[in-house]
Design a protein around this ligand. Sequence first.
Ligand code: ZN
Length: 243
Amino acid sequence: MKLALISDIHGNLEALEAVVADARQCGVDHFACLGDIVGYGADPGVCLEYIKNLDCIAIIQGNHDVYAADERDLASFNPLASRATIWTREQLTVEQRSWLASLPLQALVGDDVSLVHATPGEPESWAYVRFHDEGFYAIQAQTTPLCFYGHTHIPMAFHLADGDVDQLDDGAYDLTTGERWLINVGSVGQPRDGDWRAAWSLLDLDARRLDLRRVEYDLVTCQQKIVAAGLPPRLAERLAQGR
Ligand code: ZN
């Protein structure tokens, strides 16, 4: 089975469409969405319906999804995220917001794959896994040999073998090695690793390998929509920088 792992779409329809087209070309059987469908981008409702209608075997809840779903306090969000969330709440229907609220924080695929938005062990903490020490603790907490996550928008991998944890960023991983893998699948709609192109990961469960893929999309249209919606222009600018 080939799975397309997609995460952190953030209302970027142009990037989502480009990623789905690339995944279909790669012959994926199903999709799995690791959360943050909405927030920042100009098409939260359209992206939500698009994901709902995609053949997803799991759809995980991200922090932006849950903050857009209800009226909870936004004190923990930075000013840009906060403004975008208030705007996103106004765009979504009551049904769309309750659908976001109903999403699970984690899911299992078979016996050996777990999916989460932020971090295994305590996904509701929305902690970030970016550095070696964070990956070291997170990989101990996972309950399956393979775990995939998003949230930081920076693709990377942590590999546990013989008690040691290595941090890798090659984007191509042989999952038959070692005891555990914890892998960030990259961000579809707002990459932050300096590459503006949409990111997603192709998981081949039979060959037991994972490949990060990058896809160009219609950045200009996406940026124009953000500005036209009255969202902070910085949210359009940062897309070009991949930050
Ligand atoms: Zn995100």
